[in-house]
Design a protein around this ligand. Sequence first.
Ligand code: IPD
Ligand code: CA
Ligand code: CA
Length: 267
Amino acid sequence: MEYNLEEIDTYAKRWIKEAGENIRASFPKILNVTSKSNPNDLVTDIDKGTEQYFTEKIKGTFPGHRIMGEEGYGDEVKSLTGVVWIIDPIDGTMNFVHQQRNFAISIGIYVDGEGMIGLIYDVVHDELYHCVKGQGAYLNEKSIPKLTKAKVSEAVIALNATWVAPNEQIDHELLIPIVKDVRGTRSYGSAAMEMVYVATGRIDAYLTPRLAPWDIAAGIIIIKELGGETTDLRGDDLDMLNQNSLFVSKPGLHGDILKHYLKGGNW
Ligand code: IPD
Ligand code: CA
Ligand code: CA
């Protein structure tokens, strides 16, 4: 398939900014909030409207591209051949509903399965984290420096408290040692934001047992571009067609945490 990355990147940036502007304009309005898989899995008309907005723009301009979107307005994507846009219209919907901040739009663009463009837009702060593979990563116009190594004892990691309390997905005892040994833990409630915090070195790692492709598609492109490591909790490659556990980190620290804390876990 013929494609022009620069052209795709230009449109993607324009649309993500426009979608962000629409979201900011929605703040004074009353949200229509419903729940999906469980009472805490929220969705709003703004999540849906934002995904529809991207779908219309992409299909109108690039009819051959396919879309995997959380809210289901895209295509049923079963392979990653050609150009595939993986979209989370609002990552951190609970924060969007409760706080009107700490959420982001996340778009990863894959060509024949390879992550080529990553865009994460912190709508409230008008901060766009972006990269085209091989061309460096940026926060708005500013180049983001490459990631450097870190030690476990000095690391601040993002981890949701859910995973160190009894839960149905993992043995909660498994992550207690890492929580005890690092300098501090944080939880921001948006996987995309947690990933740009790793990309910018504000935190040293982020780990979680289950995420969908749209939560991570953009973030892993940006982190890789900066020399960070992106795997699942076993240290294996991520699969953009299925759910994954996720472990993203500064280089060096990734190997140390895998070896000393994650090996043998039932992830
Ligand atoms: C959620 C956020 C959250 C993560 C959840 C995701 P959503 O995405 O990224 O931080 O813990 O697993 O589902 O539903 O707000 O797009
Ligand atoms: Ca999400
Ligand atoms: Ca979402």
